[in-house]
Ligand binder design. Structure first.
Ligand code: ADP
Ligand code: MG
Ligand code: MG
Length: 270
C-alpha cells in the first residue's frame, strides 16, 4: 500500500501558497501529526518543484534540533506531494503578536529560540529566507519551532543567493534591491519580528506591498516614544544591530545570542 494510506487525514489546520495543512492520525504509532499536502499541478515550473524538494531535504538535514520542526516523512504520488510533520499548537507566533505586545522576558525567550534555530541553519550553510511569525510554531512544551523551509536555499563561499523571496513586512532591503545577498537576511527578518513583539507593530509599513517595500528600502528605524517608552535600552540596542541596513555591519545570529539583552533574559536591571 502507498505510504499515504498509513495516515488518516483529519481537519484542515492551515493553508499556504501551494498546499494545505491537515491534522492527521497515524494508527500504527497511535500519534497525531500535521500533514502538508501540495498539489503537484500547482507546481508549474522547475523553481516551484525545487522549493518542494528543498523543503523536505532541508528539514531532514537540519534535524534534530530543539527549535526546528521535526519532519516525520515525505512522499509523492502522481497528483500530490506530502510532508508529514510534528504537530504543533494551532496558534502561531502571528496569533500571539496579534493579542498585543509581549513582555521583555517573554520576547527575549522567543527570539533566543529563533536565533538558536538560525545559528544551526547558518552553520550548515542553509538560509531560511521566509522568517515571519506565521512560520514560527509552538510544540506541546511551548518550545518555539522554526518551520516552512519551502523558500530555503544553500549558500556558501562563491555561492551567493539571489531572487526575491519573503513577505513584505519582513523582507530585508538587500533582497528587494535585486542584488546578491547572504544569510544575514534571516537576521533582519528576526529583528522585524522582535520589534513587532515588543511594540505590536512592524517597523516598516504601508497601505500596499509597494509602499511597504519603499519603507523597507529606506530602512529608517524609529522608536516612537508613545510605544517604546517602556522598552529597555538594551532591547533597542539589539534591534538596531539586527535591523541594520548594511548586511556586512548587521549582527549575525550567533553574535546576537551573546547580546546582553538575550543573556539577561530580557530582565531589566536597576
Ligand atoms: P506555506 O509554505 O504554504 O506557507 P506552512 O508550512 O507555513 O505553509 O503552513 C501553513 C500554516 O499551517 C502555518 O502558518 C500554520 O498555521 C499551519 N501549520 C503548518 N505546519 C503546522 C504544524 N506542524 N502544526 C500545526 N500547524 C501547522
Ligand atoms: Mg508558511
Ligand atoms: Mg512555504
Amino acid at each position: 500500500a502507498h505510504k499515504k494510506q498509513q495516515y488518516q487525514v483529519l481537519e484542515e489546520i492551515g493553508r499556504g501558497k501551494f498546499g494545505t495543512v491537515f491534522r492527521c492520525f497515524h494508527p500504527s504509532s497511535n500519534q497525531f501529526y500535521a500533514l502538508k499536502l501540495i498539489h503537484n499541478r500547482l507546481l508549474t515550473d522547475a523553481a516551484d518543484r525545487h522549493c518542494l524538494e528543498i523543503e523536505a531535504k532541508a528539514m531532514i538535514f537540519l534535524s534534530p534540533h530543539p527549535n526546528i520542526l521535526k519532519i516525520i516523512d515525505a512522499f509523492q504520488d502522481g497528483e500530490t506531494s506530502t510532508i508529514v510533520l510534528q504537530l504543533c499548537q494551532p496558534r502561531t507566533l502571528f496569533d500571539r503578536i496579534a493579542d498585543g505586545p509581549l513582555l521583555e522576558p517573554h520576547a527575549a525567550s522567543l527570539i533566543k529560540q529563533l536565533l538558536e534555530a538560525l545559528t544551526h541553519c547558518h552553520a550548515l550553510a542553509l538560509a531560511h529566507r521566509d522568517i515571519k511569525p506565521e512560520n514560527l510554531l509552538f510544540d506541546d512544551g511551548n518550545n518555539l519551532k522554526l518551520s516552512d523551509f519551502g523558500s530555503a536555499e544553500w549558500f556558501g563561499e562563491g555561492r551567493p543567493m539571489s531572487g526575491v523571496v519573503g513577505s513584505p513586512y519582513y523582507v530585508a532591503p538587500e533582497v528587494l534591491m535585486g542584488r546578491e545577498y547572504d544569510e544575514k537576511v534571516d537576521v533582519w527578518s528576526s529583528g522585524v519580528i522582535l520589534y513587532a513583539m515588543l511594540s505590536g507593530f512592524p517597523p516598516f509599513y504601508g497601505d500596499s506591498a509597494a509602499q511597504i517595500f519603499e519603507a523597507v528600502l529606506r530602512a529608517n528605524l524609529r522608536f516612537p516614544t508613545t510605544i517604546f517608552r517602556s522598552v529597555s535600552a538594551p532591547a533597542k540596542d539589539l534591534l538596531r544591530k539586527m535591523i541594520c541596513r548594511d548586511p556586512s555591519r548587521r549582527i549575525s545570529a550567533h553574535q546576537a545570542l551573546r547580546h546582553p539583552w538575550i543573556l539577561s533574559g530580557g530582565v531589566k536591571s536597576g
